[in-house]
Design a protein around this ligand. Structure first.
Ligand code: HEM
Length: 355
């Protein structure tokens, strides 16, 4: 390899490492964010970006001078600030990645648009983090903030896969084109819907509004108020900590999340059936069905055990796992389809050596 080629490859390797770091780091930030919500620390600091106007949590006297109506709870304020510090560090990682990627942006096959998409989503996430505080945990914003965090993780993962491929093929090669089949698109839509329903369940504090499983409050079809539960333009109340909706509306939200899980399960079984004839895809399909079953089991355990902190966190981690496994399986499936005319073949052994 000549010197001119070596430089971009070394840079690609660095970017590849950073993108993988980004995946792990984003998962940590998401879980700390969820922990912040679960310990009711989302409003631990009444302002943004500072906490009672300071970069670090101040003492009670300083805090009461800044916001007399929001008494300082030191633990909650620190939890909220730790989430902001690590989210800011993640933002810096994305900026570093964009800066390092800049010289490679014109090279064929380099995922520059993906890098820019990551930058755009992380900026949006910062804005949603601010709105979460200023709009007092408005469920719409909290749900979008969760979906945004999961999108950042997904973009980091996809970027990593693309960079790995670019290092294998050399940056000058045109990239493998992927077209999502109808079935994969359906599964992706069902997953996004289910993640949104999950975020809606937690941000409206509807996690324990359906007692028991498989029945809900002792009935197969309990009393529910769907229009209030899914009133997406409801006004901003004084504060959404612990929710504002009445019991029947929360039951509808929780029940909707269970129905969403069922629909996703059907979609995943169809996906597994469709791919079963390809021997190489079988472990991936088993991985998808296994992580789905694990996630459902965690959801049910949360209901039966009244949402203990560790299980609630594990349920979000389970959602992350499902996204990762599905993404890797999709990547694998699309590489296999690349032997069709017009697609570029990727060397299987090399690919796995890198993995
Ligand atoms: C594979 C299907 C499922 C996925 C992908 C999923 C995903 C999610 C997500 C992303 C959240 C929001 C977590 C957060 O805000 O931190 C959530 C919340 C929740 N899910 Fe699921 N879920 C699934 C199935 C289920 C099932 C079958 C049940 C119960 C029978 C369940 C019960 C819950 C409960 C109780 C919450 C609220 C947790 C809280 O308030 O912290 N989930 N789910």
């Amino acid at each position: 390899m000549d010197g001119a080629m070596e430089k971009p490859i070394a840079r690609l390797r660095l970017l590849r490492g950073l993108s993988l770091m980004g995946v792990v780091f984003t998962i940590v930030v998401i879980l700390v964010g969820v922990w912040t919500r679960l310990v009711d620390a989302g409003l631990g600091c009444p302002d943004w970006p500072g906490c009672y106007g300071r970069l670090v949590v101040p003492d009670a006297d300083t805090a009461s001078l800044h916001s007399p109506d929001a008494p300082l709870e030191t633990f909650k304020a620190w939890v909220e600030m730790v989430h902001r510090y690590i989210a800011s560090a993640l933002g810096l990682l994305v900026l570093a990645l964009v800066a390092l990627a800049l010289p490679l942006r014109r090279r064929a096959g380099f995922p520059w648009r993906l890098t820019l998409a990551l930058l755009a989503v992380i900026i949006l996430q910062g804005a949603f983090g601010a709105f979460t505080v200023t709009l007092k945990l408005w469920p719409q914003v909290v749900t979008l903030h969760l979906l945004g965090g999961l999108t950042v993780m997904l973009l980091f993962l996809w970027l990593h896969l693309r960079l790995r491929q670019a290092t294998l093929e050399g940056v000058q090669q045109p990239r493998v084109k992927r077209r999502m089949s109808l079935l994969w698109a359906l599964v992706a839509a069902l997953l996004v819907g289910q993640l949104a329903l999950g975020g809606w369940t937690s941000s409206n504090y509807a996690g324990i509004s359906c007692q028991g499983f498989p029945t809900c409050n002792g009935e197969w079809w309990p009393e529910m108020d769907w229009s209030d539960g899914f009133h997406l333009t409801q006004t901003v109340g004084p504060n959404y900590l612990h929710g504002q909706l009445h019991a029947d509306a929360r039951t509808a939200i929780h029940f909707g999340h269970r129905l969403g899980a069922l629909a996703l399960g059907v979609g995943l079984v169809l996906l597994a059936v469709a791919h079963w004839s390809r021997r190489e895809m079988r472990p991936w399909m088993l991985g998808i069905l296994g992580s789905y079953a694990f996630q459902v089991a965690l959801g049910v355990a949360n209901v039966l055990l009244w949402l203990p902190l560790s299980l609630a966190l594990a349920h979000t981690a389970g959602a992350v796992l499902l996204i990762v496994v599905l993404t890797l399986a999709y990547w694998r499936a699309s590489l296999m389809r690349s032997d069709k005319p017009g697609y570029q073949q990727v060397d299987d052994k090399k690919e796995w050596a890198h993995a």
